[in-house]
Design a protein around this ligand. Structure first.
Ligand code: HGY
Ligand code: MN
Ligand code: MN
Length: 591
């Protein structure tokens, strides 16, 4: 018999305790603390209260919680003394059917892990989608996490314990995050497209107007058409635009725009950008299936280019909608010397239409964007959703330092004009200078010596600089100091440099009225509010230039890592973001 919220809220303490037995392995103290927080508003709030009971516990209590877990394919499994829940989890993930080699591998991993950490390796083997990791994935995760620091692994194990509890609670309540599962599958389906040189290595890279990129646009368009949008088209820069009309037509009718980007960085994760496309498509499908029309319409835009990987044209997709498409971008060439204009033509885009893409802000309520956090905050505080207060402003540069290539063996150290040493000195200065401000960041993400040789002193060094801060004046001061250091370093070393600014975008505070809709939406799914700035840039900051915007962050797994194949979220968290977005749409589009 499945448990209901009402039963749990109305039960005696004793009955409530027994209802929550086994959620946390051999640790009923957690339920004891949590039931005092009744009545619970939702399943999400039960999960949060139980997680909070652990986070407020002592280190020793947390350690004993970890130690109460069985090893994977360990002694308890062999002796058949696992708890009912653990037995089902380890069976479902195939750990009871290891080959002799796998079994041996796991035993040695278990002993190495225990040796290093002093508690058993803990992994929610049902995985982020809840349908179970396979033995290969389990062993890969085990090997990867064995290299973690003690502190990081302690926190990761606690996160895994909460994930195990989350899935057990879902089972107890007979609730499955079905929309979240479907969203998970949509991401998997789109991730089959990847650029040459990456696809073969099972890496995800989708850069502007490659074949993979064009296939993504086609699939997103098909998905929108199948989800009840009234019109869908691919615009002149490759944005996929779907409209779901409101009840109000004609001059009075407005739209709420929402969306994110479908291009990726190199060797990317599957959720950066795409979650912000699929979540609103899912909401429109649910509205369409129920025949619901809101007062205002919904315009979902899958932006074609945000990352600026193939060409230095960051935010090209969203920029085109605010009228900042720079025609100079068209002559830019990629690393295969293909110009953007040629790439657009081969993709069948009508360049003459680009100038007509600018949106009239008076026709919009504003713009909202769902995005994975791409950072550790929500993962650390154990919250699935966060409301964004502002997006940090950034400046990007491409730099070339020029020295003199010379013989590495015969040129004395005091007679060199080494471009790479100068770039390295500047890079370390950037790191130290950014640390002096709160929340400033400065990164050299790309650096190379053109035509370098092992035995030649680098006569040229090309590199990128990415400089960000929560407010523009702080960002600008940091950039000025870095450029001053570039100048002085080159002067001292007898070098020259060129500096090309490739992006300058202002910090974008959230529009209070839209942020309030997000806060209401997060509260409506039974979660406490957490408001936070965004260190990452997003299309919302571009759209911010012509209309109000606000964002919702979704927790990332693995300490929120992003721009990395480990980027991940869970079906449960995606379910919650769809529910929150639906709530926002119902409120904002009916206001
Ligand atoms: O770089 C960024 O912040 C974003 O992922 N484009
Ligand atoms: Mn990104
Ligand atoms: Mn992004």
């Amino acid at each position: 018999m499945k448990l209901t919220l009402e039963q749990l809220n109305n039960a005696s303490d004793l009955d409530a305790l027994s209802a929550l037995k086994g959620i946390y392995e051999h640790s009923d103290w957690i339920a004891q603390i949590s039931i005092k927080k009744r009545p619970f508003k939702s399943l999400a709030s039960i999960k949060f209260e139980m997680m909070s009971a652990v986070s407020q516990a002592t280190k020793d209590q947390k350690l004993s919680l970890l130690k109460s877990h069985p090893e994977l394919a360990g002694k308890a499994m062999v002796d058949n003394t696992l708890t009912r829940e653990s037995k089902s989890e380890q069976t479902q993930s195939g750990l009871t059917h290891c080959s002799a080699q796998e079994f041996q591998q796991i035993q040695s991993l278990n002993s190495a892990y225990n040796e290093k950490f002093g508690w058993p390796f803990i992994l929610a083997v049902r995985g982020p989608r809840g349908t179970g990791l396979n033995r290969t994935q389990i062993i890969e995760t085990f090997e990867r996490r064995l290299t973690n620091s003690l502190d990081l692994e302690f926190e990761e194990c606690l996160r895994q314990v909460h994930r195990i509890a989350e899935i057990r609670l879902n089972d107890k309540f007979g609730i499955s995050p079905t929309l979240g599962h479907e969203l998970w599958d949509w991401h998997e389906a789109l991730a089959v497209y990847s650029d040459p040189g990456f696809k073969e290595h099972n890496q995800l890279t989708v850069t502007y107007l490659t074949k993979a990129h064009i296939n993504c646009a086609k699939d997103i368009k098909q998905l929108m058409l199948g989800c009840g949008f009234d019109s869908v088209h691919i615009d002149a820069v490759g944005n996929v635009v779907g409209k779901y009309l409101g009840r109000e037509q004609g001059a009075q009718s407005k739209f709420l725009m929402t969306g994110s980007h479908y291009d990726t960085v190199r060797n990317a994760g599957k959720y950066d950008g795409r979650l912000g496309i699929f979540a609103p498509i899912m909401c429109v499908r649910e509205l369409s299936k129920s025949g619901t029309r809101l007062k205002h319409g919904i315009e979902v835009v899958a932006f074609a280019e945000e990352e600026g990987q193939r060409f230095s044209a960051t935010f090209l997709g969203s920029g085109s909608l605010v009228g900042t498409f720079d025609p100079k971008w068209l002559s830019q060439k990629d690393s295969d010397s293909i110009s953007m204009i040629d790439a657009m033509r081969s993709a069948g885009l009508d360049i003459s239409e680009i100038s007509n893409l600018r949106r009239d802000p008076s026709k919009y309520i504003g713009f909202v964007e769902v995005h994975i956090e791409q950072g550790p905050v929500l993962n650390e505080i154990g919250l699935p959703l966060g409301v964004v207060t502002s997006i940090n402003g950034s400046i990007r540069y491409l730099v070339e330092i020029r020295g003199v290539s010379a013989h590495a063996g015969t040129t004395p150290m005091n007679k060199r004009q080494d471009a790479l040493c100068a770039a390295s000195e500047l890079t370390l200065y950037m790191e130290q200078r950014a640390k002096e401000d709160s929340q400033s960041v400065a990164t050299v993400g790309q650096m190379h010596v053109p035509n370098g040789s092992v035995n030649v002193i680098p006569g040229s060094c090309k590199f990128s600089m990415d400089i960000r801060a929560p407010i523009d004046t702080q960002r600008d001061r940091l950039a000025e100091d870095i450029i001053k250091k570039l100048e002085s370093t080159c002067k001292e070393r007898g070098l020259s440099y060129t500096l090309q600014e490739t992006l300058r975008i202002s910090a974008a505070p959230s529009a209070p009225e839209l942020q309030a809709f997000w806060e209401e939406a997060v509260t409506s799914v039974g979660l406490p509010l957490h408001k936070m700035p965004s260190g990452a840039g997003h299309d919302a900051m571009k759209i911010h230039e012509i209309m109000p915007q606000a964002m919702l962050f979704v927790r990332g797994e693995h300490s929120g890592i992003s721009h990395n194949p480990l980027e991940s979220t869970t079906s449960d968290d995606m379910q919650l973001c769809v529910e929150a977005l639906m709530q926002l749409l119902m409120n904002a589009c009916n206001s």
